[in-house]
Design a protein around this ligand. Structure first.
Ligand code: CP
Length: 319
C-alpha cells in the first residue's frame, strides 16, 4: 500500500527547522497515501503492528492528542497514555526518571507535548526510543506545521512562490515557527502580520516579510494562517484589548472581500471566535479548518510510520 521504500533517516522529529525540504516532501507524499486510508470503511492498516508508543502530554491538548492517538490506532500500534495529573510527576518525579521508567517498559516511540521549549529535545537525548514533538512551549509544533503544509498543498499543489501570511500572535506561537521553517523550505514567500508587541525579533533575517497592517497582508496573500491570541502565555497584556485586536487584525468576511481575490484561510485551533477569526469565516462553506484536523491524522500516521520504518529496518523493532 505504501510506495515509499525509505523511512526518515533520523531518530526523532523535534522541529521543521532541522528537516530538509526532501524529508518534508517525503512526509507529505506518505501522508497523501494514508489520507486515502481515512476515507475507507475500515480505516486501519497493519503497518506498525507490535510497535509500542507512549503519549506524554504535560500540557492540555484536544486536537493533537486525539489525532496522534487515532493515527497510532489506524497503524495498529499498541499505545499507552500518560495523564500528568494522575502520574508520579505530581510527586516530584523528574523528566529523566519518568523517561527512563517508560523506556524500561520497552516503549519504541514517545510523543511529547510540554510547556517548556526544548523539553522533547532533552527527552530525545535521554532515551533510545523515537521522540516526536507534539508542541513545546513557544518553540515548534512540527506535525501542526506539516498538516498546514499538507492542507495548503491540497489547494495549490506547488507552494513555490505562493505568498503565505501568518497573522496574529507570532511571538508566542510554535505553530508560526514550524510554518515559517516548512514554508521557506518548500519555496513559499512568507510574511507575518500582527501587533509589534506580538512579533519576535529576527524575522527579516529569516527571509520573512513583516506587514504592520492586515489589509496590506491580505492584498498580497494567497493563503493566510490565522493564529490564536495566546493570553495564557503573556505575563502582562501585550495589546490593549481583544476588542481592539479584533478591530485591527481580526479576519472578517468584509476584509477578505476587500482583498479582491480568493484567499485560503487556515487556523490551527483552538479558535478565539470573533477575536482573531470571525465565525462567519471559520464556518463558511469551503472552510478548510476541519480538513486541517482530518489531514492531521494522515500526517501523524506518516511521521509515525516513517520514523518507525527506519527503526524496524535497523532491526530494533517489534515487527
Ligand atoms: N492545534 C493544536 O495544537 O491544538 P491542541 O492544543 O488542541 O492540540
Amino acid at each position: 500500500m505504501i510506495a515509499e521504500s525509505t523511512g526518515l533517516a533520523r531518530k526523532d522529529l523535534l522541529g521543521l527547522e532541522e528537516l530538509t525540504a526532501e524529508e518534508i516532501r517525503l512526509i507529505l507524499r506518505t501522508a497523501r497515501e494514508f489520507r486515502e486510508v481515512l476515507d475507507r470503511p475500515i480505516k486501519k492498516v497493519p503497518a506498525l503492528r507490535g510497535l509500542t508508543v507512549a503519549n506524554l502530554f504535560f500540557e492540555n491538548s484536544t486536537r493533537t492528542k486525539m489525532s496522534f492517538e487515532l493515527a497510532q490506532k489506524r497503524l495498529s500500534t499498541d499505545s499507552i497514555g500518560f495523564a500528568v495529573s494522575t502520574s508520579s510527576v505530581k510527586k516530584g518525579e523528574s523528566l529523566r526518571d519518568t523517561a527512563q521508567n517508560i523506556e524500561a517498559m520497552r516503549v519504541d516511540m514517545i510523543v511529547m507535548r510540554h510547556s517548556e521549549s526544548g523539553a522533547p529535545r532533552r527527552l530525545a537525548e535521554m532515551v533510545d526510543a523515537h521522540v516526536v514533538n507534539a508542541g513545546d512551549g513557544c518553540h515548534e509544533h512540527p506535525t501542526q506545521g506539516l498538516l498546514d503544509l499538507y492542507t495548503m498543498q491540497e489547494r495549490f499543489d506547488d507552494l513555490r512562490d505562493r505568498r503565505v501570511v501568518i497573522i496574529g500572535d507570532i511571538a508566542h506561537s510554535r505553530v508560526a515557527r514550524s510554518n515559517i521553517h516548512g514554508l521557506l523550505k518548500l519555496g513559499a514567500k512568507v510574511g507575518v502580520c500582527g501587533p509589534p508587541t506580538l512579533l519576535p525579533m529576527g524575522l527579516p533575517e529569516l527571509g520573512v516579510d513583516v506587514y504592520p497592517h492586515v489589509e496590506d497582508a491580505l492584498a498580497e496573500a494567497d493563503i493566510i494562517n490565522v493564529l490564536r491570541i495566546q493570553l495564557e502565555r503573556m505575563g502582562v497584556p501585550l495589546f490593549p484589548s481583544t476588542r481592539e485586536y479584533a478591530s485591527l487584525f481580526g479576519i472578517t468576511p468584509e476584509r477578505l472581500e476587500n482583498a479582491g481575490h480568493e484567499i485560503l484561510v487556515l487556523h490551527p485551533g483552538p479558535i478565539n471566535r470573533n477575536v482573531e477569526l470571525d465565525s462567519r469565516v471559520a464556518d463558511a462553506p469551503g472552510s478548510v479548518i476541519l480538513s486541517q484536523v482530518t489531514n492531521g491524522v494522515a500526517v501523524r500516521m506518516a511521521v509515525t510510520y516513517l520514523l518507525a520504518k527506519t527503526r524496524l529496518e535497523a532491526g530494533h523493532g517489534a515487527l
